[in-house]
Write a protein that binds this ligand. Structure first.
Ligand code: GLC
Length: 406
């Protein structure tokens, strides 16, 4: 709990508030539920360009913010006035020579340009996989030797952003706070990757690191009194908001008001064009082959009682292997969840049958436990292992052997 009142909450989007649509909805609901006068200003601070964020918000997945910082600190948008702070860009012109930057970057080993929708005249973004710090230092040196004053931000061991000098998510947030007179000690931020660290490093700012954060962010903030959430994504953010007294309670992980049809259709796709953009055609072929093989394997697990834990035809039974010729609660449920988007009649039927079988087994187990409890009441001397009488915890593997009945 903090003593300074939080006046502005600045949060990254992808991997922080976004990633689990239900958790994002929990954040939206919790924010909406705050009385207007208690609600801090909300600022999304993303690597996405502002227009991309606006398009995303049009799906209704998140609360409409007071401000949007886009393009890793290169754009600032006023969500209330629905216009950009045009004066912000004036600070950029010094030392910025996009042509020269691109010449140097395109010759740098291992880099590929990000798709055009991620770029703008003050943001030169590239992919560079698994680059050690020396490589990034080398690139910075080359740019400096060419007389270019730029900021290089490397995050997620993949994204390489070259931005105008002293520009990053943190400096943009600081500019905004100066503009709207919010002291940094009244600012709370949340993030998950290296490009968020500059927000955390602003003097006086408080921070929430979500559980799924990249090591690079943990490393950058290790000496700061940040809050490390034990939950991932928006649920971690909610946990942090509770810690800093912004919301009274973090909503239960089970609560969601999201309806199926509200899901972003792109989430139904395994890979978007943009994500595939960095892969070679060989790598794409490998993914396609893997996908086809997974479907073949899946079909082998379809039994009259639902998805079995192993393919019955391909596995010789020795010893306790017989257990795997069963519909298991955990394996069955995982298979079901992972195949939910497949429009395939056989798979759909197996999903339904898996649920029926698991439901039946759960009832049998509950009835069995009640019978034992009753027996014990009638015969106080009777002893059973405690494990048998304990109600199963949520998500427990029932490990029932329905498949054996075939
Ligand atoms: C977002 C942007 C991308 C940038 C990355 C890291 O994914 O779309 O251009 O490189 O954030 O800042």
């Amino acid at each position: 709990m903090t003593t300074e009142k939080i006046q502005l909450f600045g949060s990254d989007l992808d991997g922080t508030l976004l990633g689990n649509p239900e958790a994002a909805r929990r954040f939206k609901d919790a924010w909406e539920a705050l009385p207007r006068r208690q609600r801090p200003l909300l600022c999304y601070n993303s690597g996405r360009l502002v227009q991309d964020v606006i398009d995303l918000l049009a799906t209704g997945c998140l609360f409409w913010p007071d401000y949007i910082i886009g393009g890793v600190g290169t754009q600032i948008y006023d969500g209330r006035q629905k216009r950009s702070f045009s004066e912000y860009n004036r600070v950029f012109s010094k030392g910025w020579d996009l042509k020269r930057i691109e010449q140097i970057l395109s010759l740098f080993p291992g880099v590929t340009r990000q798709p055009p929708q991620f770029l703008h005249p003050y943001k030169s973004s590239w992919y560079l996989h698994q680059a050690p710090p020396e490589v990034i230092e080398n690139l910075k040196r080359q740019l400096a030797d060419a007389g270019l004053e730029v900021t290089v931000v490397y995050s997620s061991m993949r994204d390489l952003d070259v931005l105008p000098a002293k520009t990053n998510k943190g400096s943009a947030l600081q500019w905004l706070c100066d503009k709207i007179n919010v002291p940094l000690v009244n600012v709370l931020v949340a993030g998950d990757t290296g490009n968020d660290s500059s927000m955390f490093l602003l003097p006086g700012v408080k921070g929430i690191v979500v559980e799924n954060a990249q090591p690079e962010l943990y490393e950058a903030v290790v000496k700061l009194p940040t809050f490390s959430a034990s939950q991932v994504l928006a649920d971690g953010v909610l946990e942090g908001l509770k810690n800093f007294g912004v919301i009274p309670e973090a909503p239960s992980l089970e609560s969601s008001t999201l309806r199926g049809h509200e899901m972003d259709p792109t989430l139904r796709m395994l890979f978007t064009e943009a994500a595939l953009g960095t892969l070679t055609s060989e790598e794409r072929q490998l993914i396609c082959a893997g996908y086809d093989q997974a479907l073949i394997a899946l079909r082998k697990n379809i039994t009259p009682l639902g998805f079995s834990a192993c393919s019955l035809d391909d596995n010789e039974v020795t010893g306790t292997d017989v257990n795997y010729r069963s519909v298991w609660a955990r394996d069955g449920a995982i298979t079901l969840v992972c195949t939910i988007e497949l429009e395939d009649a056989d798979v759909r039927a197996a999903q339904k049958q898996t649920l029926k079988t698991l439901h039946l087994l759960d009832r049998q187990r509950t009835v069995g436990r009640h019978r034992l409890l009753l027996l014990r009441q009638q015969n106080p001397g009777l002893r059973f292992p405690r494990r048998i009488l304990r109600p199963p915890p949520a998500g427990d593997e029932l490990a029932e052997c329905a498949g054996q009945q075939q």
